[in-house]
Design a protein around this ligand. Structure first.
Ligand code: DQA
Length: 154
């Protein structure tokens, strides 16, 4: 019988460490640790292994994506934050490791300034969840779990 991947990496980009106090009208009042806690609880119930990381540094996010390949991570959930709109390096890293990924944004980037409308990740992601606050991460984890169960590997 073919194995299903069970390991997920969640990456949070710059300034997301400030969630809770950062522009709550746009990003809500939930802290990042609260979002991560909810993700861990859901991962446990889905019998998935979960690791999370936040960084304000593009290269650190690229390095963590590379590491995910050596760890045989099955899926990545990423909110690249401002790097969404600028980073060819993060896009290339995701393409290089070829790990299925889901893009998440707390705010609806399509309803905001025009420079936020373009994402370097959207067209290479399995899908994008935008505008649903912290709940979007939980939806992304459900979606990856479903992807694992419906995709045969090995
Ligand atoms: C964000 C949207 C980005 O445009 C912004 O730079 C962020 C957060 C979101 O989650 O809504 O930092 O990715």
């Amino acid at each position: 019988m073919n194995a299903s991947p069970t390991s997920v990496l969640v990456l949070h980009g710059p300034n997301l460490n400030l969630l809770g106090s950062r522009e709550p009208d746009k990003y809500g009042d939930q802290t990042l640790s609260s979002i991560d806690h909810q993700l861990h609880t859901l991962a446990d119930s889905l019998e998935l292994t979960l690791a999370t990381m936040q960084s304000n540094h593009e290269g650190d996010l690229v390095d963590r994506i590379h590491q995910a390949k050596t760890e045989q991570v099955g899926g990545i959930i990423i909110n690249p934050a401002a790097f969404t709109h600028t980073s060819v390096a993060i896009r290339d890293a995701l393409l290089a490791v070829a790990i299925p990924c889901i893009e998440v944004h707390l705010s609806n980037i399509q309803q905001r300034e025009p420079f936020r409308h373009h994402s370097y990740i959207a067209d290479i992601a399995l899908g994008s969840i935008t505008g649903l606050g912290g709940y979007g991460y939980l939806l992304a984890l459900h979606a990856l779990n479903n992807h694992f169960k419906t995709t045969q590997i090995g």
